[in-house]
Write a protein that binds this ligand. Structure first.
Ligand code: AMP
Length: 198
């Protein structure tokens, strides 16, 4: 399946992306993780992206799109599919992804939107700041990332809703509970003729 995982910072995209990837045998392509690696390796791209990541701002579209095009050029199995985690994050990125997929694999099957209340995601980010060494989990940066999400990324919900791809999943509860909801949703995407269970 060709999927996009949408949702604010702290909504569990990383955790759930890894599970979907393992369960369906598809690569999870996280632009946040790709930037992290480029920054750690001190590449030219990493240096261009670092100040935006540290500030909780979006990296400019052209840098993101170059990186994604490079990743796709490394090869993806179109038939098996893939999952994008944290990409696209702007309408321009969504349109560029559409064009890239039209030219290669074919359209997305679904956009899974993890729905978590803003206070809950702030709590999660605060907890994560204690356990993971992320450069962007400080309180004010986390708030900035949430407001960037509301401004730049949330409009993608309407975009993907209008073209019938959006699947909103309740992202509250334990990772296991959320994973069950996601699997149910993906089963309905794969087999729209079957009734939804549970
Ligand atoms: P994430 O781990 O997905 O929350 O991403 C961490 C940071 O990487 C974000 O706050 C942005 O600075 C940058 N980033 C990741 N993906 C994108 C994207 N699709 N567009 C712009 N910036 C991105």
């Amino acid at each position: 399946m060709r999927l996009v995982l949408l949702g604010p910072p702290g909504s569990g995209k990383g955790t759930q992306g890894a599970r979907i990837s393992a369960r369906h045998g598809i690569p999870s392509i996280s632009t946040g993780q790709l930037f992290d690696r480029q920054i750690s390796a001190g590449t030219d791209l990493g240096r261009r992206a670092e100040r935006y990541v540290r500030a909780g701002e979006l990296v400019p579209d052209e840098i993101v799109l170059d990186m994604v095009a490079d990743r796709l050029a490394e090869g993806v199995d179109c038939a098996a599919g893939f999952l994008f985690d944290g990409f696209p994050r702007t309408l321009a990125q969504a349109e560029a992804l559409d064009r890239m997929l039209t030219a290669s694999c074919g359209p997305l099957d679904a956009v899974v939107d993890l729905d978590v209340d803003v206070n809950e995601v702030l709590d999660r980010i605060r907890r994560r700041a204690h356990t993971e060494d992320r450069v962007d989990d400080a309180e004010d940066t986390a708030r900035r990332r949430l407001s960037v999400f509301a401004q730049e990324t949330a409009p993608l919900r309407q975009h993907y809703g209008e073209i019938g791809l959006l699947r909103t999943v309740d992202g509250t509860g334990s990772p296991d509970e959320v994973a069950v909801r996601i699997e149910r949703t993906l089963a309905a995407v794969a087999h729209p003729e079957l009734p939804l269970r549970g």
